[in-house]
Write a protein that binds this ligand. Structure first.
Ligand SMILES: [Zn+2]
Length: 57
């Protein structure tokens, strides 16, 4: 399993995500970027920030 805590890259965000693999995390964080952080659309722009912060869970 993999885990990503959004607060690791965006201080103050309490959201965290778990999934079987990196792609499972990224599917969730693309949507989260729109819903919580004002991204215009659920694209892959955030992947470059999220991917290095994904940890084994
Ligand atoms: Zn967040």
């Amino acid at each position: 399993m993999k885990r990503f805590a959004c607060g690791d890259i965006i201080p103050g965000c309490a959201s965290s995500f778990t999934a079987a693999d990196d792609e499972g995390i990224l599917v969730q964080t693309r949507r989260h970027a729109v819903e919580a952080h004002g991204a215009a659309e659920p694209g892959t722009d955030s992947d470059v920030l999220v991917r290095p912060a994904i940890r084994p869970a």
